[in-house]
Design a protein. Structure first.
Length: 301
């Protein structure tokens, strides 16, 4: 059994007559980059606020490092860093001065600032005023503050919001390195499914407050349906020709669709020899976004 850092059971949060989080049971393994996915309003931020002790659950249980916030709050928060929404920074101070404030509150060593600036790639800008920072640099500075002290868990709420492509790439590489290079488990919420797909090891998908999928990226990958898509001038004629050769095909948006296990070279040869020019032939796999939409649509239905 894997070592579980975050575990919730039937975690629920209601606001008056609205249920924002509905019976969510999370399991975040140690050393994972756990992507908490869902559209805006799905309940991700509410769940994260409960994990950080910023909101009290209506019902259900949650443990972090095997303990509850009620009994081990100080120890859990000491070992947990977080970045929720935009980081709070003082523009008129340098990066080092900004980090020295939380460092003092945490009682961390002075040289810990050097360590976290190196991790986030801002060592070169330690004496630069934060007002001169790009949005991506500010986000990395916020992450550096979250890493001060002895952190074993990092919780990030939409860490790439507002970043340009370069900033998103920097954040992605940084998050990917944390478990391997620094032994830090990462839980991040996002609605940018394509970005998450490149960094996560485990995934939880939330829809309307309910957890509709939880498992490894490999597991969700097995839910992807692949197909062979062929484009010709006469889709109906191509389907008929393939049927004569024992190959089952359908038509989708004027393209010919076959099972992905079908030999593409055979399909190409049959069609060309039958006088059908092949304009496009490719194996297509459903993206993480396609799987996500299928799961959330099923939940709504």
């Amino acid at each position: 059994m894997p070592d579980i850092v975050i575990a919730t059971h039937e975690l629920t949060k209601r606001f008056s007559d609205k249920t924002a989080v509905d019976g969510v049971s999370l399991s975040v393994p140690r050393g994972a980059v756990y992507a908490f996915l869902g559209p805006n309003g799905a309940g991700k931020s509410t769940s994260i606020r409960m994990l950080l002790g910023l909101l009290r659950p209506t019902s259900g249980t949650l443990t972090i490092f095997g303990h509850t916030l009620a009994t081990h709050r100080s120890d859990i928060l000491r070992r947990t860093g977080s970045l929720v929404e935009n980081p709070s920074v003082y523009p008129h101070l340098t990066a080092q001065e900004n980090l020295d404030i939380p460092r003092r509150l945490l009682g961390a060593a002075t040289n810990d600032i050097d360590r976290v600036l190196a991790i986030v790639g801002l060592a070169y800008a330690r004496h630069k005023l934060v007002r001169q920072f790009s949005l991506g640099m500010r986000q990395r500075l916020g992450l550096a503050a979250a890493l001060l002290g002895t952190r074993e868990l990092l919780i990030l709420d939409e860490p790439t919001n507002g970043l340009d492509p370069a900033g998103i790439n920097e954040m992605r590489e940084l998050v990917r390195s944390l478990p391997v290079a620094h032994g830090i488990t990462v839980m991040l919420s996002s609605h940018l499914l394509g970005e998450v797909e490149q960094v996560a090891t485990d995934v939880g998908i939330l829809s309307r407050g309910r957890l509709v999928f939880q498992g490894s990226v490999a597991e969700i990958g097995r839910r992807r349906h692949s197909q062979l898509r062929v484009r010709t001038a006469n889709a109906a004629g191509a389907v008929a020709v393939l049927a004569l050769k024992g190959l089952t095909a359908t038509i989708d948006a004027a393209d010919v669709i076959l099972d992905a296990t079908t030999d593409a070279a055979v399909v190409n040869r049959v069609l060309v020899e039958s006088g059908h020019d092949v304009r496009h032939l490719a194996v297509e796999s459903a993206s993480l976004e396609d799987v996500f939409l299928t799961m959330t649509e099923a939940e709504v239905a």
